[in-house]
Design a protein around this ligand. Structure first.
Ligand code: NAP
Length: 259
């Protein structure tokens, strides 16, 4: 299927590795020029070079912390009039409800609520003026099925979900489409380090820790960045114009719910 976005431009945040990179690769495969971002420049430049070689698209890089005001300004300056925005950043740390004070919530809200809102707010006017735009926010399965030890993440991501629900309907008349993607467990560095943590705390090896977790998923495996990216590219495509303000769960069936 031709997704109809060849020669469009996309800003993909937090995209040197993992799910962000999966989205960047899938967009590049459709002929979309990219602005990529991450804090560490080494992996970022390596990813950019690999994508240029594989797909022949233009790739601009901005090494910056997307959760900082300076980072957002640098990324937006490089992005210019992009057609597509994919928001992403690292997730907040786990803990108990007793661990978190106001400053912890402010940090989580800055990273996973106020950063995507700032980027959306900066880029929507241009998209609306041009009559076409796509925004995809990478959130989490925890939006549908909250994970108790991820209270900071649950709170920030629920806030973004509410914001998108209203805003997506305000901008849809202008051809601008906003949706959220909700990853369940995917085989990225983040998933590997969680398995490593379980292995160390329980005395089993890391392969066993992974196998135990895979058995909790009806698909009996972790998702891949490639299949996550393919869904992202579809949501950014010409064909996704009637999908407005939705929360698309990619979890191998882990959340046992119909809606
Ligand atoms: P990952 O494999 O650890 O990759 C994270 C990417 O984001 C890296 O390129 C990293 O590069 C970049 N990054 C992190 N913080 C950043 C920041 N402040 N500014 C700019 N770039 C930043 O993580 P992932 O698994 O793809 O997860 C992506 C998001 O999905 C996270 O919010 C995570 O909580 C959520 N999620 C993931 C899963 C899963 O199973 N993988 C499940 C549910 C939700 P640098 O470190 O160099 O900045």
């Amino acid at each position: 299927m031709d997704l109809g976005i060849k020669e469009r431009t996309a800003l993909v945040c937090a995209s040197s590795k993992g799910l962000g990179r999966g989205c960047a690769e899938a967009l590049a495969a459709e002929g979309v020029d990219l602005v990529l971002n991450a804090r560490g420049s080494e992996a970022l430049e390596a990813t950019a070079a690999s994508i240029r070689d594989a797909y022949g698209v233009a790739v601009t890089t901005v090494a910056a912390d997307i959760t900082s005001e300076a980072g957002q300004a640098a990324v937006l300056a490089a992005a210019g009039d992009v057609d597509i925005l994919v928001t992403n950043a690292g997730g907040p740390p786990p803990g108990m409800w007793t661990d978190w004070d106001r400053d912890d919530f402010i940090a989580a809200f800055d990273a996973n609520l106020l950063t995507p809102i700032a980027l959306i707010k900066a880029l929507l006017p241009g998209m609306m003026e041009r009559g076409w735009g796509r925004v995809v926010n990478i959130t989490s399965q925890s939006v549908k099925s909250p994970i108790p030890q991820l209270g900071l993440s649950n709170s920030a991501r629920a806030g973004l979900t509410g914001y998108v629900a209203g805003t997506s309907r305000q901008v849809a008349p202008y051809g601008v489409i906003i949706n959220n993607m909700l990853p369940g467990i995917h085989a990225t560095d983040r998933a590997n380090s969680l398995d490593q943590g379980v292995a160390e705390s329980t005395g089993i090896d890391v392969d066993q820790a992974r196998e135990n977790r895979q058995q909790t998923i009806p698909a009996r495996r972790y998702g891949t960045a490639e299949e996550f990216g393919a869904t992202c590219a579809f949501l950014c495509s010409q064909h996704a114009g009637f999908i407005v303000g939705q929360n698309i769960l990619l979890d191998g069936g882990a959340v046992n719910a119909t809606l």
